[in-house]
Design a protein around this ligand. Structure first.
Ligand code: ATP
Ligand code: MG
Length: 439
């Protein structure tokens, strides 16, 4: 395992001062998997004030109560945390107290999963008291100690476990799997922001579909709106899956972009409430996109997603069932409404939604491709679809004597006419049109 030089220097400085120091947790796990770790965390026998003394001005006391000191290096911060054992957990979130210890194995024992409970030192010695390496090689996610107890201490671990299973393609061992469902109600104690962060990572894994299919009830604790989808028979030849499995299949056909995965998971959440059965026994879902929008909006608000994230996800849900734009004008209109980035996400969602329908209807892929080709061409031609690109701006209209709301409306109207191909994006032509219409 290759520890980066800037991290080695932190370990060396601690050892030189007579302390023990190890890389620990996610970075060890990811290195063993041959992945680039997100960050390198260090655990050390040094007490926080001792770590502060070793690094002087380089050290910031970022979490002294929990023993964490952040050491800034030229290549980024390294968190150094004192070996610690956690006291009782009364709130299912965090320990009432922490106690520092002199044993690295005691520190490893407080960590959530065996694959996260390994440490490596400067000499490449692996500390692995719970068989994390063996589990990693066998592709197993196992709790350190009794799963019920570990999830009761901190219920966020349920979602962390699902995230590791989904993202690292690990299989939960039977005890962890059952305990995740059994203790799910404790997630009510966890702050929505923390659930949101973990969930968005969980949604972006290569095995997310399996994991969610296996644990719908866990998501149902904070998103009960999902539960009516589970097993909901669509009674329609377009569909070979129930609404839940269709949604999961669609999600797994999208690239791992959080806002897109989220939109795919929620695009049909309004279907159960919009269901009608006709005289031939065929199921219909008229207006389901609108119902999905209302539910998705409430669900994302509940998890305190940013306004920008929520609005983008909800807009994708809203647009998912509209006709695919297949004319220049249609694509320009969609570009105006969504912008390039989100229109591409919409087309990806359309592809995924279609691939998750019965195979006889996969011919739609060609229509979507046509939309994508038009989009590529229009962008190459630098077609105008935003006010920024319009050949006139506010100052031009001000000079013509327009002001206030009338000015904004005139600009919007001009853009609409250019987008619809009624006017060329040409300064003289646009100014002439304003003179004709507005004055
Ligand atoms: P990643 O950084 O890829 O999101 P990670 O496993 O490194 O995953 P961090 O939140 O960075 O997660 O935590 C670092 C380490 O701290 C973990 O590997 C684990 O050993 C321990 N840890 C983090 N959160 C918890 C928790 N809720 N319960 C127990 N141990 C935890
Ligand atoms: Mg980490």
């Amino acid at each position: 395992m290759e520890i980066p030089t800037y991290v080695k220097e932190v370990l060396e400085a601690l050892e030189a001062a007579g302390h023990e120091a190890w890389c620990v947790g996610g970075c060890v796990r990811d290195s063993l998997l041959g992945r680039e770790p997100e960050d390198w965390d260090v655990t050390a026998s040094a007490l926080p004030e001792e770590t502060m003394a070793v690094f002087g001005g380089q050290a910031l006391p970022t979490g002294l109560k929990h023993g964490t000191v952040t050491v800034s290096t030229a290549e980024g911060p390294v968190e150094v945390t004192t070996y610690r054992v956690d006291g009782a957990y009364r709130d299912h979130r965090r320990p009432d107290s922490v106690t520092f210890t002199r044993s690295v194995d005691e520190d490893l024992a407080r960590r959530d999963f065996t694959v996260n409970a390994m440490a490596v030192n400067l000499r490449g010695e692996l500390r692995d008291p719970f068989g994390g390496r063996r589990d990693l090689e066998a592709g197993i996610l196992r709790c350190v100690g009794d799963p019920d107890r570990r999830f009761q201490e901190d219920a966020l671990r349920i979602l962390r476990g699902m995230r590791f299973a989904a993202c690292l393609r690990l299989e939960e061992d039977r005890a962890a799997d059952a305990a995740m469902d059994r203790n799910r109600e404790l997630l009510r104690e966890i702050a929505p922001e923390r659930i949101q962060t973990e969930l968005m990572k969980l949604l972006c894994g290569p095995d997310t579909g399996w994991v969610l299919e296996n644990h719908p009830m866990v998501l149902g604790v904070f998103w009960p709106e999902l539960l009516p989808m589970v097993g909901f028979d669509q009674r329609n030849v377009h569909h070979c899956y129930d609404v839940w499995r269709h949604s999961l299949a669609a999600m797994m056909h999208t690239p791992p972009v959080p806002v897109l995965r989220c939109a795919a998971l929620l695009h049909d959440v309004g279907k159960p409430s919009a269901f009608t059965l006709d005289e031939n026994g065929v199921g219909h879902f008229y207006g389901h996109a609108k119902a999905s929008v209302a539910l998705a909006d409430a669900m994302l608000r509940r998890l305190k997603c940013s306004n920008e994230f929520r609005e983008r996800a909800v807009r994708l849900v809203e647009w998912h069932d509209r006709d695919i734009p297949r004319t220049d004008r249609g694509v320009r209109r969609a570009l105006r409404a969504l912008g390039e980035e989100d229109l591409r996400l919409l087309l990806a969602l359309k592809r995924a939604d279609n691939l998750a329908q019965a195979p006889a209807y996969h011919g739609r892929q060609a229509e979507i491709q046509k939309g994508e080709e038009i989009l590529d061409r229009l962008l190459e031609e630098e077609a105008c679809f935003s006010l920024k690109q319009l050949a006139v701006d506010g100052r031009d209209l001000l000079a013509l004597g327009l002001s206030g709301p009338a000015l904004g409306e005139a600009l919007d109207r001009l853009l609409g006419q250019v987008v619809d191909g009624e006017l060329p994006n040409d300064r003289a032509a646009l100014l002439a049109a304003v003179r004709r219409e507005a004055l």
